[in-house]
Structures are given as C-alpha cells and as structure tokens.
Design a protein around this ligand. Structure first.
Ligand code: C5P
Length: 222
C-alpha cells in the first residue's frame, strides 16, 4: 500500500480503540474505528424503527447513511447523517444488537468499501474484527490484541461506572462472551487472527506498556 497501514483486530473490550487512538495521535496517522461504523448502522436501523432482524430493510437504508468522524478528546466524535451519536452508539441496546446487524452481507460490503476508501490518501490505524484478514490484507503491520475475558469485563465495568451507570460484572462478562461468539462464528469475515498478525496479550499490562510494545513493532516494519 502507498500509505502505511496498521490493522488492529481482536475481541470485544481488548483495548483496541484506546490503544489505536493514542498510536494514531503520536504517529500522526488517521484513526479509523470500524466498530463505530457498524454501531452507527445499527443505530440508524433503530432510528428508522426497523427490527434488527430486518436484513432487507437495513440493506435499503445503507445508501442514505452518512458516517463521519471528527477529532475529539478522549474519544473522537461520530456523526450519523450529521447528528452527534458518539454516546448513543455505545448504549447497551446497540452493543447487544450490533453483531447481528454486522453479520449482513450488504452491510459488510458497504462498510468495507468505505473503510478502504479512507486509506487512499493517508496513513491509517484501523481497528475492528476483520481488518487484517479482509479489509486491509496488505497492511504493513497487523496486530491481534487480546486479553482474558475477566480482565475485559473488569475494564468495561470500570468504564460503565465512570459513565455513571450501575453495571453488573457477571452480566458484562456474559455480554462480552456472547458478542465474541457471534463475531467469531458468523459466515462472512468472522473474527480470526490473520496468519501474518502478531498477537499482543494485554492482560495485566498498562495502556502505556501496550502502546510502547506496538510502537516498537511499527518501527520495526517501517
Ligand atoms: O469494536 P466494537 O466493539 O465497537 O465493535 C462493535 C461490533 O461491530 C463488533 O462486536 C462486531 O459485531 C462489529 N464489527 C465487525 N467488524 C469490524 C468491527 C466491528 O463486525 N471490523
């Protein structure tokens, strides 16, 4: 690829977006959060009053859906057809239905095209489930980011508490396991480690430690 590509894949709540965003800021790459795009489509279905099982209805919405990212701290802003949806796409309802919506062929084809288009003019760090395997198979660096399910549930628990929610750890753990199961078992580009991806296990590691591990890998490949 003409512009440098870093692909970060892995299961839910492994820290992909936190790490990717820091790396993108440090390296002056563009950060593409593909999970946010699948979440935005799921929210668009909800806003249109569609059932999440309505594959044809959701497919028909796609040409009218605009998704934009704007810079922001600590997270970038996500706009759906010009409307701020940064928080709305992280609700429990969207989180628990996004795996179904993202299993639809038309949804995946549409978003993969949008994701690839974002790499044409600039170096990117892109995170998701199928970046190294499907979206950017020629990425110069591919990372498969993992952590134990207990630690991932714990991280999500603290995040939700910080948002003023009253989370239940066992429920969060089950939701993470369910989502990983669906994402790894769907027919089209399921979550799997690309053959040439390097696994980075973040269990027991601080954000700084993980960032410097991946930075060293990127430097090695430049
Ligand atoms: O990364 P995040 O947890 O926000 O992703 C939300 C969901 O979007 C995933 O659970 C998965 O169902 C879907 N997704 C996907 N392919 C990607 C990124 C996300 O199917 N590349």
């Amino acid at each position: 690829p003409a512009h440098f590509q870093v692909a970060i894949d892995g299961p839910a709540s492994a820290g992909k977006s936190t790490i990717a965003k820091i790396l993108a800021t440090d390296l002056k790459y563009v950060y593409v959060d593909t999970g946010a795009m699948y979440r935005a489509i799921t929210l668009a279905a909800k806003n249109a009053g569609l059932d999440y099982t309505d594959e044809a209805g959701i497919t028909a919405l796609l040409p009218e859906i605009q998704i934009e990212f704007l810079p922001g701290e600590p997270v970038q802003h996500v706009l759906l057809n010009g409307q701020e949806v940064t928080e709305a796409i992280r609700s429990t309802e969207i989180t628990n239905n996004v795996s179904l919506v993202s299993s639809y062929q038309a949804v995946r084809t549409d978003l993969v095209n949008r994701q690839r288009a974002l790499t044409e003019q600039q170096p990117v760090i892109m995170d998701g489930r199928d970046i190294g395997t499907t979206v950017l198979p020629l990425a110069q660096v591919k990372i498969f980011l993992i952590a134990s399910v207990d630690e991932r549930a714990e991280r999500r628990f603290k995040e939700n508490q910080a948002k003023g929610m009253n989370p239940d750890l066992a429920t969060l753990k089950k939701e993470i396991e369910d989502r990983d199961y669906k994402d790894s078992h769907r027919e089209i580009s399921p979550l799997t480690k690309a053959e040439d991806a390097l696994t980075v296990d973040t269990t027991g590691q601080s954000i700084d430690q993980v960032v410097s591990t991946i930075k060293a890998i990127i430097e090695d490949h430049q």
